[in-house]
Design a protein around this ligand. Structure first.
Ligand SMILES: *Cc1c(COP(=O)(O)O)cnc(C)c1O
Length: 234
């Protein structure tokens, strides 16, 4: 099978899963955005995916993400999913369209400065760490705690160059994802009361996209089920 055939088959399989999950949840496919997570895979894969109709891609590491965004000619929306070091924020704002991992006030300030300097508007999601709410230790790298979300959201909404798009989470290992994603939806609803434009709920990966659709996610971030397993580093 050519790489193109492999990726097309992966996409078809994931689209079938999303369709089934939408049918089960009484939701419309059109209300869900599939972000194909291409981290660790070459720019040539991104080109093929773009040719197959993919419009949203996700990356989690700088500078790998920046190199790919430069190499790929197709007009895509680039989602940055990983931890952003404050001193790399300016560079990330030059190619990312949406950052899913805003987790602290200092990062809001750095991204805002970077976006203004680049003359760009950057979409921003507050990443929420729901591990502690589900009996897990916080690793301090998985997002803001639920109690901190509204303050961070207000900071983003007031920051020049940033647009508050909504919230994001990664379901912690060993916790049923549906309960985590239900919590995220409640947090999203609370944020939306003050910020009606913050409609994005980014949840669900290869292992748990069905639960994310059931819990109202608007954005799914799927890598392995489309591109195959990543090399060990990814
Ligand atoms: C890698 C990654 C994904 C995709 O995970 P898969 O298991 O490959 O579908 C989604 N979200 C984030 C934040 C990631 O880092």
């Amino acid at each position: 099978m050519s790489r193109r055939e492999e990726l097309a088959a992966g996409l078809r399989a994931v689209e079938a899963r999303i369709d089934a999950a939408c049918a089960g949840a009484g939701r419309r496919r059109a209300d869900i955005t599939l972000v194909v997570v291409t981290k660790t895979h070459p720019a040539s894969d991104v080109e093929i995916l773009a040719d197959l109709g993919v419009r949203h891609v996700g990356e989690n590491r700088h500078p790998e993400a920046g190199r790919k965004a430069e190499e790929v000619a197709a007009d895509l929306t680039w989602h940055f999913l990983g931890a952003v070091q404050t001193n790399k924020a300016g560079a990330v704002t030059r190619y990312a369209d949406v950052v899913h991992s805003v987790d602290r006030p200092k990062l809001v300030a750095s991204l805002s400065r970077g976006a203004v300097a680049a003359g760009r508007e950057l979409g921003a999601l507050v990443q929420v760490d729901l591990g502690p709410a589900h009996g897990q230790e916080s690793d301090g790298r998985s997002g803001a705690l639920p109690a901190e979300v509204e303050r961070l959201a207000a900071l983003v909404a007031d920051a020049e160059g940033l647009r508050l798009d909504g919230v994001m989470t990664v379901a912690p290992l060993g916790v049923p994802a549906l309960g985590v994603f239900d919590d995220l939806r409640e947090i999203a609803e609370a944020v939306r009361r003050d910020h009606p434009g913050a409609t994005t709920i980014s949840a669900g990966m290869s292992a748990d996209l069905e639960q994310a659709v059931a819990a109202g996610a608007t954005h799914l971030r799927v890598g392995r089920s489309i591109l195959g397993e990543r090399p060990a580093l990814g």
